[in-house]
Design a protein around this ligand. Structure first.
Ligand code: AMP
Length: 287
């Protein structure tokens, strides 16, 4: 495995391996099995696997956890090596943003809901860093976790609208044994919160079961999901929403592919989770 820190060096490398099919997994590091699963799949499906680690300040709001975001580069390097990464791109802030940006990208659809509503500017930061990374790395395929379903919907729009010549792959959420979605932020939960947190998944599963049993009304499903989270956790519900996917429009009835998503704010960690399913409640596991 080669570690590259400089954009210029990454360009050189990208140019030298044009004939190979390249899979790219962008991350903010502090790897867990969710990240590793993306790497393993990308490795299987491509000649070359490139992973990046960059905690992107542009996608954090002023009162968010940029400074507290967990980091462990040494461990990440080891895990990347063990999981078949060929190139690990770890640029510094100065490499990625050497000057104040003259251009700003902004997304004006798919973001007035879910995390886009609670985190203004977040997805503008995401599309900005991804545009830079896609240009620097020029992958053939890029792999994202459906745990961040809105992010996948946003990247889908970015690739489509701006004609990035690459394929987006969305892969299923990797979970702890009790169902909690793996997240770098889980380490910021207190032991009590950690126990409670699996109820988010439990509540979403119950919501899906209502659809399997014939419930079509989003309001009813949302109410039931919220009730479970309220009863079983000490966190504050940021949102529970049921929307068309990937267009993220509100619905009168569950009559197409949807995302049922929740965000819960605990003391030091805001957790998100979701389930993607069709109108009959059949899970969708890959985009
Ligand atoms: P992050 O480092 O949080 O930016 O995540 C990097 C990539 O890993 C994103 O595409 C995430 O959606 C994905 N990811 C994070 N957690 C999980 C998980 N539990 N299961 C699957 N993918 C995940």
């Amino acid at each position: 495995m080669k570690i590259i820190n400089k954009v210029e060096e990454m360009y050189k490398y990208t140019r030298s391996c044009k004939s190979e099919i390249t899979g790219f997994v962008p991350t903010m590091g502090y790897f867990h099995e969710g990240h590793l699963e993306l790497m393993q799949r990308a490795k299987e499906e491509n000649d070359l696997l490139i992973t990046s680690i960059f905690v992107n300040p542009l996608q954090f709001g002023p009162n968010e956890d940029f400074d507290r975001y967990p980091r462990n580069e040494e461990r990440d390097i080891q895990l990347a090596q063990e999981n078949g990464v060929d190139i690990l791109f770890i640029p510094s802030m100065e490499e990625m943003y050497p000057n104040k940006m003259t251009i700003s990208l902004s997304i004006n659809d798919r973001t007035n809901v879910l995390c886009g509503r609670s985190r203004p500017g977040h997805f503008n930061g995401v599309i900005t860093v991804l545009t830079k990374l896609f240009h620097i790395i020029q992958p053939d395929k890029t792999y994202f976790g459906l745990k961040d379903a809105q992010q996948v919907a946003v990247v889908d729009a970015l690739i489509e609208d701006l004609n990035f010549p690459l394929q987006l792959v969305g892969l299923p959420t990797v979970r702890e044994a009790d169902g909690l979605a793996k997240s770098s932020r889980n380490v910021n939960l207190t032991p009590k919160e950690r126990e409670e947190a699996s109820s988010i998944y439990k509540a979403l599963k119950y919501g899906r079961k209502l659809v399997v049993d014939g419930e079509k009304n989003p309001a009813t499903i949302i109410k039931e999901v919220k009730a479970i989270i309220l009863k079983e956790t000490s966190g504050a519900i940021d949102y529970v929403e049921l929307l068309s996917y990937p267009s993220l429009n509100s619905l009168k009835a569950v009559d197409e592919q949807v995302v049922l998503a929740a965000a819960v704010q605990f003391k030091e960690a805001r957790l998100i989770d979701n389930l993607l399913f069709d109108q009959s409640g059949n899970l969708v596991n890959r985009l």
